[in-house]
Write a protein that binds this ligand. Structure first.
Ligand SMILES: NC(=O)c1ccc[n+]([C@@H]2O[C@H](COP(=O)([O-])OP(=O)(O)OC[C@H]3O[C@@H](n4cnc5c(N)ncnc54)[C@H](OP(=O)(O)O)[C@@H]3O)[C@@H](O)[C@H]2O)c1
Length: 288
């Protein structure tokens, strides 16, 4: 991801007992997972092998994270007991065909590709592979992610526990039924983009009212962070927390009126629905 961060090099910890992790695809999401995983210190960098499409990108990743990085998927999966897949959905079938004969039959495969079902992966591999589908989001980069996990038919409860341990180290992780994965993609995987737009827009409001942009952005982002934390920590319904802010005849109710008139709720609901519908199509590479 093109955001600044400190280089991360893990120590010698290997809390999960995994000997080799192959991370296939280290783009916007994959690099976030790599960074989150190493920061968690659950798996040392020396146990991680990363692949990308471009050799120069591989060199940059190796330098930055101290992992082995190259462009050969077959080499990366050879001997790996855990394979994490962060390729574009339409590339997954080709990857599976490419590595089928090299992949250990007892390897655990965690796929973060939107739209790609565990049964598709199992069919492509042609053996009872242990597959877990994960839907993380980019805040995994700073260990504030939200990941949903679904178990394929041959993955064991221990595999789910392992995946949960890995993704919990990068934020929150929940186990769900796979039928919910497209909806989850439209909500928590695409969601950071919606939230950035909201942060940006609130900040614009502050700028419009004369606040310096930097201050306005900080106020806006921390307001979202704090409000979200209050929902999670208190377990209260968001409507109740909203009512606490809204003094009768005060200023918040005027702001809320504007949001209702502008259709904020309907717009956000429709955004999730549209993105979830699109998520169903990605694996086939459909453009419309
Ligand atoms: N972005 C998100 O917020 C997000 C959230 C949840 C799930 N996902 C899922 O994560 C997956 C990746 O999305 P992304 O946004 O990270 O895409 P991306 O930025 O385009 O990353 C794709 C990565 O795959 C690499 N790659 C391409 N062909 C390859 C090959 N044949 N072998 C090995 N590596 C190859 C690319 O290498 P180069 O860097 O050298 O080009 C790049 O690092 C998608 O399936 C998406 O549905 C993404």
């Amino acid at each position: 991801m093109a955001v600044s961060r400190r280089p991360v090099r893990a120590g010698n910890e290997n809390q999960l007992g995994i000997k080799k992790v192959a991370l296939i695809g280290a783009g916007k999401l994959g690099e976030g997972l790599l960074s989150g995983l190493l920061q968690s210190r659950m798996i040392p960098a020396s146990h991680v092998e990363v692949t990308v499409a471009h050799a120069e990108r591989a060199e940059a990743l190796a330098e930055k994270y101290g992992v082995k990085a190259h462009t050969s998927n077959a080499r990366a999966v050879a001997g790996a007991d855990l394979v994490i897949l962060a390729l574009k959905p339409q590339q997954v079938k080709g990857f599976l065909r490419e590595v089928r004969s090299k992949l250990r039959r007892d390897a655990l495969l965690i796929s973060a590709a939107a739209s790609v079902t565990t049964s598709l992966i199992e069919r492509q591999l042609g053996h009872p592979a242990r597959v877990i589908r994960a839907m993380p989001n980019t805040p995994c980069l700073i260990r504030q992610g939200m990941t949903s996990l679904a178990r394929g038919q041959h993955a064991t409860p221990e595999d789910v526990d392992l995946a949960r341990q890995i993704f919990s180290s990068m934020g929150r992780a929940v186990v769900v039924d796979e039928k919910h994965m497209d909806a989850i993609t439209g909500l928590s995987a695409s969601g950071p983009a919606y939230v950035y737009m909201i942060i940006e827009s609130l900040a614009e409001g502050g700028v419009k009212m004369g606040l310096p942009r930097e201050l306005s952005t900080e106020l806006s982002a921390q307001t979202l962070l704090g409000a979200a934390a209050l929902v999670l920590e208190t377990g209260e319904h968001p409507a109740k927390l909203k009512d606490i802010v809204t003094t009768p005849a005060g200023c918040t109710i005027d702001g809320l009126l504007e949001l209702e008139e502008g259709g904020l709720r309907v717009t956000l609901i429709k955004a999730v629905v549209r993105a979830a519908q699109r998520a169903k199509q990605l694996v086939e590479g459909q453009n419309s």
